[in-house]
Design a protein around this ligand. Sequence first.
Ligand code: UDP
Length: 189
Amino acid sequence: MDIPFLNLTQQQLLEKHLYPRITEEKKTYIVTANPEIVMKAKENEKYKGMVKQADFIIPDGTGIVMASKLIKQPIQERVAGFDLMTHLIGYAEDQQLSCFFLGASEEVSKKMVERLKTLHPYLHIAGRHHGFFELEDRTVIEEVLDSRPDLIFVALGSPRQEEWITKYFNEFDKGLFMGVGGSFDVIAG
Ligand code: UDP
């Protein structure tokens, strides 16, 4: 389907690529591609282009791993976006790196940050903003830029989260950007 999926375990991805890139302040864009995203990319060339700009497209779904085996290009393991995000937040807390959380409703966004403060008392939260704004609205991007985050988790659903990341990626001089779908709702409980 013309989507170059990552073929590494989560541990390999983190240790060989993501941790070093974060330390070196090398900008990184991650797409967590579940079957829904793959189908959207198939139907929409423009969206596919946004997905393919990612440094890492991770196979977020057993369906994708099964399909890879059928076409005899087996992917080692599913890398769930939620798990990866959780590991990255833990790493950020250990390394004193800052995170911005963009997306979800105002209520979920607030609750999620409160919950994160309990789970990760030393985590540096650069900021948060709900996800219901016009993509062209500069207020939000200025707020994110001003906070100079190391990691930016974007929960606007697809395709909005990939649109936001690809639209503004070049304005940042550092940061790991990851689209995380409904993950904030899960953390908020
Ligand atoms: N969301 C948002 N802004 C929008 C649309 C969605 O912040 O304009 C949030 C929504 O509240 C939820 C997350 O994006 O927290 C994921 O939404 P959805 O489940 O629709 O996306 P999916 O995970 O299926 O891509």
